[in-house]
Design a protein around this ligand. Sequence first.
Ligand code: ATP
Length: 455
Amino acid sequence: MTKNMEEMINHLKAQGFVFQGSEIYGGLANSWDYGPLGAEVKAKLKAEWWNYFVKKNPMNIGLDSSIILNPKVWKASGHIDGFNDPLIDCKKCGSRWRADKLIEEFDETVIAGAMTDLEMEAYIKEHQIKCAKCGESNFTNIRKFALMFKTNQGVLEDESSTVFLRPETAQGIFINFKNSQRALRKKLPFGIGQIGKSFRNEITPGNFIFRTREFEQMELEFFYNPNDGENWFEYWIDKVETFLTHKLYMNKEYYRIRKHEADELAHYSTQTSDIEFKFPFGWGELWGIADRGNFDLNAHQAASGEELTYLDPQTNQKVLPHVIEPSVGVERMMLAIMWQAYTVEQLEGDNSRIVMKLPYTLVPYHVAVMPLQKQLNEPAKQLFEKLLETFDATYDETGNVGKRYRRQDAIGTPFVITYDFDSLEDHKVTIRERDSMLQERIEISKIEEYLKQKF
Ligand code: ATP
């Protein structure tokens, strides 16, 4: 059956995955809170990433740096002068747009990021692109809009106390490159991974959790010697793809890899590829993999006066490492995962069900236990408590069995165990699988073994 994003959002809200931010006060534009189940999925997603890119990769290590950094970091990185969006206002209704997005929505084949402001203005005029709100085609010139959130540190609110909320976690890694390398005695090549909040005062947030002003990133900065003869860029594209397909079970029809054209590259990058996902509103960037060269270390070395080179023990020569950066947003990935998982299924007769076909690695609960009748609550509860020691388990004793199955389908629980009257005699229970809805009867003493094989 077809699915649509509005219905999925309603489903996620009703089931406790995502809530509107500040809802009882009428909300706060484009902010979302993660409910009890969404928080579980998010935590598991981050753990999967951390395991794959940090803990289980012997080359890499992790870091947890501050959100507020010395403003000199953002000067050196180019964010204070260059991190802005081209903003354009409709003269008739006053609504505000990103010029590049207006153009790309008008013609998907155009890459507006490669145009200058003047070229974008000319393109909008020439093609009479209309304001999506009022339909008029009469815009102001482009103005630059700084994306970093500013605040003040300490009691004084003057220039000298201005600090920024980080717009990416990457710079926290670059400024700790030398500390981490020295402390852990790391040899090139090695990566430093970090998961954390980033903030961007986006002009056009929206599409649910696709673009928000507060979000989390999972970033790896992989440092290598440019003379080592390896193609680390392709290596990390492969790794990212394997993570998507083998850890998150992403379906190939949902994503594609797009290499940036030379004139589309950010100033710091020599090559970039995006993993794009087929979101309900069209293809969009999910994961960016950029070759940043030594742009960042070079900038910080020059601005701080600290030497950030690495002494190659084999050649005894100093090198300023180059960097490959795979960077992905947690919430954007959540949207991709939820959209792939959200399934509306027609069953026999007029029945239908909504199933969250989440990968087993990310489900809020592995297993639900339910007693068939009230009189069986006690032994069912005991089984639930036993399973809770090893699995993420939940217990449900309210409503008829059919309803309870639907409830677990709706939140993606892969296995539901029903404790019935026969269980008292034959010490067996019925276990039902989420996607196939097949049921089998297995001995209570073998359940743990059975579930362990599945997860
Ligand atoms: P976009 O072109 O969509 O604004 P970007 O190219 O600016 O994205 P990067 O700076 O490369 O994004 O950030 C890396 C990743 O962080 C993106 O691939 C995306 O998954 C995530 N991300 C960036 N901005 C946002 C945002 N405002 N909300 C949610 N996730 C974001």
